[in-house]
Ligand binder design. Structure first.
Ligand SMILES: NC(=O)c1ccc[n+]([C@@H]2O[C@H](COP(=O)([O-])OP(=O)(O)OC[C@H]3O[C@@H](n4cnc5c(N)ncnc54)[C@H](OP(=O)(O)O)[C@@H]3O)[C@@H](O)[C@H]2O)c1
Length: 257
């Protein structure tokens, strides 16, 4: 029970399939919770249960929100590359002395073939590596970071896959494909064949939703350039981190009382 005599309300920081699964499990268990989405995509996949959409206004905005809504625990199930909201969620939880649990899909560093990929630190490095490794790149890095690739790949017939149309004006030789996963191996094979893809650029998002492209790339001997995850804002062992939504939900439920 929370201090106010109510059952604890868990804030699920979302925008991922894992977050939707966590919401489903919390709902099924009859636990009060609230999912939060950034509002980045035009037609988000909504989780079950109550949802609020939009930024909080930094750490201070999030702290005010936590107090105003009687939130007693945070389950951070945001995407591994949504680094700012994870920093903010963790900082706000610490400042408000609330339990914080991280739910994130594991990365692909141990996946088959990972040792053959070009691992890079950021999108600038990814763009340079892609330019050096192939003539026909496929970019699956989201639309926000496309700007880094415009210069280095301007003269290549890049295939860009994004959920929503990019804000950037892309070179005339590029093809923009608006779609979202999960993707099948057959679909990825056909797409790469159609566009003659010889280098795939991705982030270490991990999980199975978008894995098929890496298998398809390996089959056709296309190079892979992959942006590494940055370390989390907490030290080793400071935060309970899980890959399984059921385990993370059990943990946050136990911690939030
Ligand atoms: N980055 C990716 O590759 C990726 C892929 C798939 C899904 N997503 C999802 O898309 C959302 C945005 O990702 P991002 O990389 O743009 O985030 P980000 O760079 O880490 O966050 C930037 C700002 O967006 C707001 N925000 C982000 N996630 C939020 C959430 N779940 N609820 C409320 N506000 C949120 C916060 O604004 P304030 O500071 O104003 O609070 C945050 O400071 C996340 O929910 C993430 O799970 C991201």
């Amino acid at each position: 029970m929370s201090e106010r005599g109510e059952r604890a309300t868990v804030l699920v920081l979302g925008g991922t399939s894992e977050a939707r699964e966590a919401a489903r499990l919390l709902d099924e268990a009859g636990r009060p919770f609230l999912s939060s989405l950034a509002g980045r995509v035009a037609r988000p996949r909504l989780p079950v249960g109550p949802v609020r959409i939009g930024g909080f206004g930094g750490v201070e905005g999030l702290r005010s929100f936590l107090r105003a809504r009687g939130i007693t625990a945070i389950l951070d199930a945001t995407h591994p590359f949504a680094e700012q909201i994870t920093r903010n969620g963790y900082a706000a939880a610490r400042a408000e002395d609330l339990p914080y649990v991280r739910l994130a899909r594991p990365g692909w560093s141990d996946a088959p073939g990972a040792e053959t990929w070009r691992w890079v630190a950021d999108h600038d490095e990814a763009a340079d590596a892609a330019a050096g490794l192939g003539r026909r790149p496929m970019l699956t890095i989201g639309r926000r970071h496309l700007g880094h690739f415009l210069g280095p790949l301007a003269d290549r017939p890049a295939l860009v896959r994004v959920v929503d149309e990019p804000d950037h004006v892309v070179p005339s030789g590029w093809t923009v494909l608006a779609s979202r996963g999960p993707y099948t191996l057959d679909g990825e094979r056909a797409l790469m064949r159609e566009h003659g893809i010889d280098v795939v650029v991705t982030k270490d998002s991990g999980g199975s939703y978008t894995w098929a492209k890496l298998e398809a790339a390996a089959e056709r001997d296309a190079a892979v350039v992959i942006v590494r995850r940055t370390p989390p804002p907490w030290g080793a062992g400071e935060v309970a981190e899980y890959a399984d939504p059921a385990v993370a939900v059990a943990a946050i439920t136990a911690l939030s009382g």
